[in-house]
Design a protein around this ligand. Sequence first.
Ligand SMILES: [Fe+2]
Ligand SMILES: [Fe+2]
Length: 426
Amino acid sequence: MNSPPQDTATRSIDAGDIEFGDGLEILLSTVFQAAEPGQTIDVATSSRSTALELPGWARSTGHSAERDWKETNGNGQRFVVRVRRGEAAPVLAPDLPSRGEPMPLRLGSQFHTTDLVNAAPERLPGSPDPGYGLIPLGAVPESGGPQYSWRLNHHDDLWAEEITDLTERASSAQWDATVDVPWNEALGLPDDVERAVAQVMTFIASNEYVALYVPSKFLPQVNSAFVDILMWLASHIHDEARHVEVFTKRALIGGQRGYALASTQMSLHSLLEEDDFSSASLLLNVLGEGTFIDLLGFISRNAPDAATAACARLAHRDEQRHVHFGISHVRRSQKLDPDSTPQLIGAVEARAAKLATLTGLSPVLLESLTILAAGSTRSASLRRGAAGVKELTRLMEVNRIRRLRAAGFDAETAHHLSELHTPNLM
Ligand SMILES: [Fe+2]
Ligand SMILES: [Fe+2]
């Protein structure tokens, strides 16, 4: 060993008696990563063998040991190795930016999703590279990762004003289809009423499948840079999976079965064929789920038992978020790009042309809805049930037009699109 140098290093650390294999590598790595390339660091150790191993460690990690010496201080003898930090970095990426401000909290402890997206160090890119990796918001990507090939790469084509707020509301409004419905209340209905309820529930469950599949189909196409869109779609998918669950449970709980009607299958199949995100949003969120809001409201008010009413009420709450997204997204799309209006209208017309043979709601379903609302097959009740269903049909049309107007269509177009909407409701 040599004598101590006259000059001083940029910084020094005392590693004490910690050795390689016991955590010394981690200590050194932390210190050297924080240093600038070219800086010198004096590493002191009480272990002679560690001092002998330090030049080898320096070489293998891209640094260089420049000199070494032995010195004596109050704690006795120690060995010092001066190492110059090399250019090599452990990660093939630019240095991490220096630590910034912490993220904002609300009410002292709440970290809102809206604040995550708005306050992130890098705002969401509008049109990221279609090859963007699975890189969390704000992360510094290392080069050399695989190239992805996302199909949906423009944030504006997917976004809606309130999207993070809606996602937040979805998280806080979760419910449990096993315990949040008073299932015992569903038991004991007369056969004809149970048959009607099972049929309506089977119909709704079929429709919930398409509401599950449409956002599921788009999610893996969305550029991974759009964490807000991904979180929204995932919440929508989660909601719909629970709707499939709750309506299937209600359909079967009384021992009765219902038909999965071909007219329903035909209508849903045509919805699943739509490949444009905004057109699918108009067809599913605005027209289909919008119409379902009225149906679910009707069932929650007129169900013959508290379990059926609860299923409809819980799903209704979720559907309001889905419809809210659709109206907001379609309105914004038309505002940003007036050329999207004819494309949206064309999507509704094209689907209607495919469903030209469907001329009205299935008679099986009309009859079941009437008995469900009547609560019995006595003639006075049936008259009341039939009047209720007629009023529901009127209300669905009025509200559909209102929603289309809110989504940015003029009055004439709103009437036109409402008339073209599938008689299957979804
Ligand atoms: Fe649903
Ligand atoms: Fe929905």
